[in-house]
Design a protein around this ligand. Structure first.
Ligand code: SF4
Ligand code: SF4
Length: 92
């Protein structure tokens, strides 16, 4: 489903987790995320658009304090659906 200029993946299946206690508010996750999943709020990252996450893991790989966890590729629902339908399709 296309929404707000990018694809939205299926609701409530994203494995993304943020430990705000570890977050230092450096903003790197916000910079590297291609789908604007994060905002910074009072010096901490906040997940504001979880269902837009495509589980590319760029945020988790770049977080300097390992405050983010995501199972890369698990949520590439579009690719899975395309495969089930026998279609070529974009993946994460
Ligand atoms: S990259 Fe990590 S430490 Fe930096 S704002 Fe994001 S969650 Fe917080
Ligand atoms: S895994 Fe990728 S799409 Fe999801 S929040 Fe992190 S950088 Fe954004």
């Amino acid at each position: 489903m296309k929404r707000g200029g990018f694809f939205r993946y299926i609701d409530n299946v994203v494995t993304l987790e943020l430990d705000q206690g570890l977050c230092t508010g450096c903003g790197i996750c916000q910079e590297v995320c291609p789908h604007q999943v994060f905002s910074l709020d009072h010096g901490k990252a906040r997940i504001v658009a979880r269902d837009n996450c495509m589980e590319c893991s760029a945020c988790a790989r770049n977080c300097p304090v390992q405050a983010l966890r995501v199972e890369a590729g698990e949520g590439c629902v579009r690719a899975i659906i395309n495969e089930l339908l026998g279609r070529e399709g974009e993946c994460c």
